[in-house]
Design a protein around this ligand. Structure first.
Ligand SMILES: [Fe+2]
Ligand SMILES: [Fe+2]
Length: 371
């Protein structure tokens, strides 16, 4: 990403959203008419019906009059891995609360920006997919994503904090939107970004103390479960019939996209060198020294503290994303070693993915409590 110029900085409350010249680009996608007005796949038609029946109006459904106090932690302390770290425990109570508020706002901002990316990719699939039924389904997803942008923008307004988009997330969605085939757009969004989102939403749903955010997240998550299913039920049969060379091209695109994510989060260098610029802003805004923070995190890592996810939380890459990619045959003999060399674990265990696609998105029981 290029450095934002000052005239492109958008003020939002006390915080700033930045826009770069590379936020505008052309894509090489073919646009496809279809005059065969029918569903090519029964399962896509089922999803379309489910999508029509499950539309919701955030103005009616969500308790927007709930007062959100960002100084009162949005995330339960017991669910935060930071609260187990000695460095963090030494901070004052108010500094801990400020950190929780800001780091949550930074995560919610990624949900917001990612939803805008999803909105554009869903619209892109609507005009480029050659199957008439898939076009109708993609139109419902486009509306879903518009609603998701709306609710996260409104929630971020309520807490008066919006952080910039993470460079790796923007790079991943840009690669998806700049690709030359609708199948690649669907791999990038419906299989990779939305698996990531589904995992993050599940974890947010399970950890937040805020009833508005809990209900908002539950309903967004239910929509996302359909979007991940669409990647499977539409692309699975397409890839099964595809020429091997084309399928390899798809498999390579999937690996490259996953690797953008893995490179940003897993590989090489110190924790500090991998830190997101938005997260560094969080530390600055909380008056936490960056060197002290990363030293504290590295000590905790050596003690094995930051490793395990709290109960009920899931790991998006291992539990959702890689199983989704493997399920449609995109981990090929040629790309399997690429994942291994990059240190990306390949899992084909579908249990969490299928449970979340079944219309009850939370990984364990208890989701109904939000309805
Ligand atoms: Fe979404
Ligand atoms: Fe989505």
């Amino acid at each position: 990403m290029s450095t934002p110029s000052n005239e492109n900085v958008v003020e939002k409350g006390d915080w700033k959203v930045t826009m770069n010249p590379d936020d505008i680009y052309k894509n090489p996608m073919d646009i496809a008419w279809s005059f065969a007005y029918e569903f090519g796949e029964d399962k896509v038609e089922d999803l379309y019906k489910r999508a029509k029946q499950n539309q919701w109006d955030s103005d009616e459904l969500l308790p927007w009059d709930h007062e959100v106090d960002p100084s009162n932690p949005l995330i339960a302390d017991r669910s935060s891995v930071y609260h187990k770290i000695p460095f963090f425990q030494k901070l004052s109570k108010s500094q801990q609360e400020t950190f929780t508020a800001h780091s949550t706002a930074q995560l919610l901002s990624q949900f917001l920006h990612g939803e805008q990316g999803a909105l554009m990719t869903a619209a892109c699939v609507t005009h480029s997919v050659p199957d008439a039924g898939a076009k109708l389904y993609a139109a419902t997803q486009t509306m879903d994503e518009a609603r998701h942008v709306e609710v996260y923008a409104k929630y971020c307004d309520k807490i008066a904090m919006t952080y910039p988009m993470s460079p790796w997330l923007k790079a991943l969605i840009d690669a998806t939107l700049q690709s030359d085939r609708h199948e690649k757009v669907m791999i990038g969004m419906n299989m990779i970004v939305e698996s990531l989102a589904l995992g993050a939403f599940n974890n947010m749903y399970r950890t937040t103390n805020c009833p508005l955010l809990k209900k908002l997240t539950f309903n967004v998550m239910r929509d996302e479960s359909r979007h991940v299913s669409f990647g499977h039920v539409y692309l699975g049969p397409v890839f099964a019939k595809m020429h091997e060379d084309d399928r390899e091209e798809m498999a390579q695109f999937a690996f490259d996209a996953v690797n953008v994510l893995a490179s940003a989060q897993m590989q090489g260098g110190s924790l500090a060198s991998r830190a997101d610029p938005g997260f560094l802003m969080v530390l600055d805004n909380c008056g936490i020294d960056q060197d002290d923070f990363f030293k504290g995190m590295e000590e905790a890592e050596e003690m094995g503290i930051a490793q395990a996810l709290p109960p009920g939380q899931i790991h998006a890459l291992e539990d959702l994303m890689m199983p989704a990619i493997a399920r449609v045959g995109l981990v090929t003999e040629r790309t399997r070693p690429l994942y291994e060399e990059a240190g990306i674990p390949i899992s084909d265990d579908l249990s969490v993915l299928e449970a979340m696609e079944g219309g009850n998105p939370a990984a364990e029981t208890g989701a109904a409590a939000a309805e």
